[in-house]
Structure formats: structure tokens, C-alpha cells
Ligand binder design. Structure first.
Ligand SMILES: [Ca+2]
Ligand SMILES: [Ca+2]
Length: 615
């Protein structure tokens, strides 16, 4: 590739007399090489950076004081921007975590020991957060990466956190309107003030009018939230492991289903976890949001979809969005699961928004390689034509790739993947088979719910009544799964309510020599059989009557090596994710009417080849 060197030109250069060294620094401008912003010596001395804070006024009032809420903002910029001629783009990062968080001791979470359909046991709130931090610096995140490369870095505390007014609403409208207001201020359309309550204005005279946002997890959700407002000037976002729907975070197909690693967490727990804002406003916020809107809407009894959750799903708000999006996620992120990114990627692609997806095989977090982010922001914030939009749309860190050298693909799911239908063959309480041809007259097999066994113990058990598992022949050749597996299960329950969990596993289980235990969990999914008709209405099951339940498992892209078997495991309560009702509920599965649909690169041919090769 040709190495191209660009200089970012400014209209006016400072005319004051300076020594030779100072002249060089004073003349510093962004420099680009291979389509990426480079470290510029004149921007590279943190001691010379200007750090300031201010408050941006929004047009909402979510703390009930009758005044528009102001957001606390900090700015870190090269001193050369002070003269008003050098204008630079902004990398903006907003978070509810900057000023401290509450205890995550499990006694402050919901108790998962709850009978399905019952009112949950009371929850104890954690001690209130003692706000931390000193002005003017809210955070130093991303500063060392971007300021030396000619970007200005801006942070803001989310509503109701730190020194920002308002209330946390956990995905409510103000969490999109707050970053929008900050971007409006950066672009000269909203008012910024030196103090939280004063009248002295501050202007972003140093901003080029081009803003990008990035962050991980909640901090990756906020860029998407801002982008859904369609705010002018937000040119590009890089959300890393964003939560794009609070329903998909705390519920699954009608079921109360916790984020992995956070048993008992729910939306009100997250509210308590971040609520570090003004002590004098907390009582108001608690009563209106946590104990009001949330308590009324979150429905921890049924787990059903409703307006409360719809308001907190960014997929439904995407119409105005136009920011170019590079998104990153791990296929083994069982906290914010990979569907969160995929659904937004698919919609953005459909809308014609420039979009790229970087998927890796690890857990929560994990940004794209820095040079990929740099190319993205250089193209969309500096306007350097580096052709990033012509790069492959999808990058996947293959099992033996390093994170910085992912494999490019035309799209995700892999365009060459097609569904393979796999049918369970009876075998309970041992392992049954998995057939490519439909089977007949097998009848039903029954499992007994018992949350005291983990899914991984159940998958490894040779024989147990607490799960049903159907495994493929030993693969003679590797298979490449790419896409969203789905299941159809016809079941009856001995009680009016039951959890339903499905894991796809790779057997034999990791014997300790392989790198990651997550290799064995291909993907998984959860559903409430009571929602067989509708996601928004739970209907008690008639014991003994069979119902058809269909749902998707989490998206995946994984190569299963030769020597392994693919296992389709059906069980009831999942100790690591679902509620823990009293053990004993029996689920019977009608095998002839149940199936797994597995997207495999090369489809049936590849699957058959893997099964019969070597025979
Ligand atoms: Ca207010
Ligand atoms: Ca339900």
C-alpha cells in the first residue's frame, strides 16, 4: 500500500514570536499516515494540555427542581487550540460510573430463590454512594490515546451521577438527550456554563464540529443512545459490548433471566449501583423512578415485554440515526450477550449507515484493534479519505487469531452459512442422538428441574434426570457455525410455570489442556413456555398439555474442531441465569416435534461431510 502523508491545514497560524522549539509546538497540526492520525510531538505533552470543566444545559428536568438539568462535562485539549484558529474533532465518552458506584454485595441484589409467578421477596438497597472525584477532571479515559493524535477528549457524567443534575433512568429518554445536549454544545447549538448554577457561559470555540463517541458496556450504550437522536455533528460511534435493550439484558423470551455473573441483578439494582448524583435530589429520583416507574414497569413476576421495556430498546429508536458505526462484541459475552450488537448492526446495515462489526471469542468488553478505531475516527471526524468504508464489513477473531489480526468476512452471519436441521433421538437419562432426518414415534422424554446443578455439570453428566441432551456423532472434520441457531421445542410441564433453558455444547468437556472453558459452551438461550403465544402475555400452562415454543439462541461464529460432538441440551432452571424455583417441576419433551436449527458454513453438505468423513 502507498504510504500517504496528509497535513491537516488550518486557516490561520499564530503570529506571536516564539523560540524555535516553541514555534514547532505552536505550529502543531494533526498528521496522518496510512489513513490514521499520528502522534504529533506538539500535542504529546500532557503537562501542556488544557483541562477544564463546565455544565451543559439540557432541555429536560428529571430531578424535579423545576430547572433544566445540567450535565457535568470535562474537556482535555492541546493548548494550541486556545488561540481559536486550530479547531479539532472530539472523542466523547459519557458514563454513569465516573463518580463512584454502590456495593455489589449480593445481599443488595434480588434473591433468585423465587417461585415463578410469585411476588419476589423484598430487596434491600445498598448504602447510598459517596460521590468521588475532584474538579475539573471527570475522567482520564481515552485521553492518552487521542489527544496526542490531534483529537480533543470530552467526558460527561450521565444524568443523576457525579455532578450532573437529573436522575438515572437506565435507558430512559434523558440518557439519549443528555449526550445530545453535550454534542449540541460542542457544535454551538446549546448553552454551556462555568458553574452548575451560574450564568457565565462557556463556548466550545475549539471544536471542529465533528464528534465521535466510544465506550464499553454502559459507556458503549450511551454512544448508541446519542446516535438514535440523529444529532448533527455526531459523525461516528464505536460502541464496545453495548447494551442495546434493557429487556434483552434482564429478560429473555418472556423469562426473568439475569446477566451472566450478576445473579439477582435487575434494572433497579443497576439504578442503585450508579446513583451518585446530588444527595438532596436522590429521594425525589428514587420515588419517581426506582420505586415508581421501575417498580410499576419492570414486572419481575412475569418477565413479559411491555411499554416500560420498549422505551428502553434502542432498536426501536434507530430511524433518525446516521452516525457511522464500528461495533465490537465478544461471542462469549454472557453479561451483555452478543445479540445486543447483532440486532443494531443488522438494522444499521439495512438503513445504509456505514457500519463495521468486530467480533471476538472472549467475554465482556474488548474493543477493536486501536488502528481500526483510528481509521474509523480519522475518516469520519477528520474527513481523511482513507477508504475505511471499503474495508471488509465484518472482522472476526478466529480461534487461532490474535485480537489485533482478525479475519475479514463479507458479512455476518457468514453468507455461506445455511441452516442444518437436527432432530433429537431418544436416550434419556443418558445422551441421545442428533439426527439430520426427522424421526417418528419416539414419544416424550422427561427431565426434572433442579437449579442446584449448574449447566456445565449437567452437560458433562453421563446420566442424569435433570436434563435431556442429544449429541451428534463425533465430528471427523471441523464445522464452522455462523449465525443465530434456533430451537423449536414441544413440551408439557407438570406445573403452570417452568423455566426453559437450552445450551449448545461441544463435548467432550474441556479436560484442562485447552485454553478456555467457554470453548465448550457454543451458545445458549432461555425462554418462558408461558409466553408461547405472545412475548407480552404469560399464560399459565395446563399441566400435561403440550405447547410449541420456538426461540433463538445467542448469535455465534465458532469453529468446532474434529473430534468433538455437538450437544443440544434442554433443561429447566439455569443456576447461572434464571430464577431458582423449588426443584421438582417435570418437563416432558415431544422428541418427534422438537428440533435444533444450526447455521453451518456450507450447510447440510458440510455437516454431512463432517459426520461421515473418514468412514
Ligand atoms: Ca432539574
Ligand atoms: Ca413470562
Amino acid at each position: 500500500m502507498l504510504e500517504l502523508l496528509f497535513l491537516y491545514t488550518v486557516l490561520f497560524l499564530p503570529s506571536i514570536q516564539l523560540s524555535a522549539q516553541e514555534t514547532n509546538a505552536a505550529d502543531a497540526v494533526p498528521v496522518f499516515l496510512n489513513g490514521e492520525a499520528q502522534v504529533v510531538p506538539g500535542f504529546n505533552d500532557p503537562d501542556t494540555w488544557i483541562r477544564e470543566d463546565l455544565w451543559v444545559e439540557t432541555d429536560f428536568d428529571t430531578d424535579g427542581d423545576g430547572r433544566p438539568d445540567r450535565m457535568h462535562v470535562d474537556v482535555t485539549r492541546p493548548w494550541q487550540t486556545e488561540n481559536g484558529t486550530l479547531k479539532l474533532p472530539v472523542v466523547y465518552n459519557s458514563s454513569p460510573y465516573f463518580a463512584g458506584t454502590a456495593s455489589t454485595a449480593r445481599r443488595y441484589f434480588w434473591d433468585p430463590r423465587q417461585e415463578l409467578g410469585d411476588v419476589p421477596p423484598e430487596r434491600t438497597h445498598p448504602p447510598e454512594i459517596v460521590r468521588t472525584g475532584t474538579r475539573p477532571v471527570i475522567s482520564t479515559a481515552h485521553v492518552a490515546d487521542w489527544v496526542p493524535r490531534g483529537f480533543i477528549v470530552v467526558h460527561s457524567s450521565a444524568p443523576g451521577t457525579g455532578l450532573s443534575d437529573g436522575s438515572p433512568t437506565i435507558g430512559g429518554a434523558n440518557e439519549a438527550l443528555a449526550p445530545k445536549a453535550v454534542i449540541d454544545w460542542l457544535c454551538g447549538r446549546a448553552k454551556g456554563y462555568k458553574e452548575r448554577t451560574g450564568d457565565e457561559e462557556v463556548f466550545a470555540f475549539w471544536c471542529s464540529g465533528k464528534v465521535g463517541m466510544t465506550g464499553t458496556s454502559y459507556n458503549g450504550t450511551i454512544p448508541l443512545a446519542a446516535a438514535t437522536t440523529g444529532v448533527e455533528g455526531l459523525e461516528a460511534i464505536i460502541p464496545v459490548a453495548p447494551n442495546t435493550s434493557y429487556y434483552h439484558y434482564y429478560r429473555s423470551n418472556g423469562l426473568v433471566r439475569h446477566p451472566g455473573g450478576w445473579m439477582g441483578e435487575d434494572i433497579d439494582v443497576l439504578y442503585d449501583f450508579i446513583h451518585s448524583g446530588d444527595e438532596s435530589k436522590r429521594e425525589y429520583s428514587n420515588s419517581v423512578y426506582r420505586d415508581g416507574e421501575f417498580a410499576d414497569g419492570m414486572d419481575r413476576i412475569h418477565g413479559d415485554w411491555n411499554d416500560f421495556w420498549a422505551e428502553r430498546d434502542y432498536l426501536l429508536d434507530m430511524k433518525p440515526m446516521k452516525a457511522a458505526m464500528l461495533m465490537s462484541h465478544g461471542f462469549n459475552d454472557w453479561n451483555v450477550m452478543p445479540i445486543h450488537s447483532y440486532r443494531i448492526y443488522a438494522a444499521a446495515k439495512e438503513m445504509g449507515i456505514p457500519v463495521q462489526l468486530y467480533y471476538h471469542q472472549n467475554g465482556h468488553g474488548g474493543p477493536p484493534p486501536f488502528s481500526m478505531m483510528n481509521r474509523w475516527f480519522t475518516r469520519y471526524l477528520f474527513g481523511i479519505e482513507n477508504n475505511v468504508e471499503k474495508d471488509p464489513r465484518v472482522w472476526i477473531v478466529r480461534e487461532d487469531d490474535t485480537p489485533s489480526n482478525p479475519t475479514p468476512y463479507l458479512d455476518y452471519p457468514n453468507p455461506e452459512a445455511s441452516p442444518v436441521m437436527l432432530y433429537p433421538a431418544k436416550g434419556a437419562p443418558s445422551r441421545g442422538g442428533l439426527s439430520t432426518t426427522p424421526l417418528h414415534k419416539q414419544g416424550a422424554e422427561t427431565l426434572v428441574d433442579n437449579y442446584s446443578f449448574t449447566g456445565s455439570a449437567l452437560a458433562q453428566a453421563e446420566k442424569t434426570e435433570h436434563r435431556l441432551i442429544y449429541v451428534s456423532p463425533v465430528l471427523q472434520d471441523s464445522i464452522h457455525i455462523s449465525g443465530i441457531p434456533s430451537v423449536k421445542i414441544r413440551l408439557s410441564s407438570s406445573k403452570p410455570a417452568a423455566n426453559l433453558s437450552v445450551w449448545l455444547v461441544s463435548l467432550p468437556w474441556n479436560d484442562g489442556r485447552r485454553a478456555k472453558i467457554t470453548d465448550n459452551i457454543i451458545t445458549r438461550g432461555w425462554a418462558d413456555p408461558q409466553n408461547y403465544r405472545s412475548l407480552s402475555e404469560s399464560v399459565p400452562l395446563e399441566p400435561g398439555k403440550f405447547y410449541d415454543i420456538s426461540f433463538d439462541l445467542m448469535p455465534d461464529d465458532q469453529v468446532i474442531p474434529a473430534g468433538q460432538q455437538v450437544g443440544f441440551m434442554i433443561f429447566s432452571s439455569d443456576r447461572d441465569f434464571t430464577l431458582w424455583p423449588e426443584p421438582g417441576t417435570e418437563l416432558s419433551i415431544d422428541l418427534d416435534s422438537s428440533l435444533l436449527q444450526l447455521p453451518v458454513v456450507g450447510g447440510n453438505k458440510a455437516w454431512e461431510k463432517a459426520i461421515i468423513a473418514g468412514k
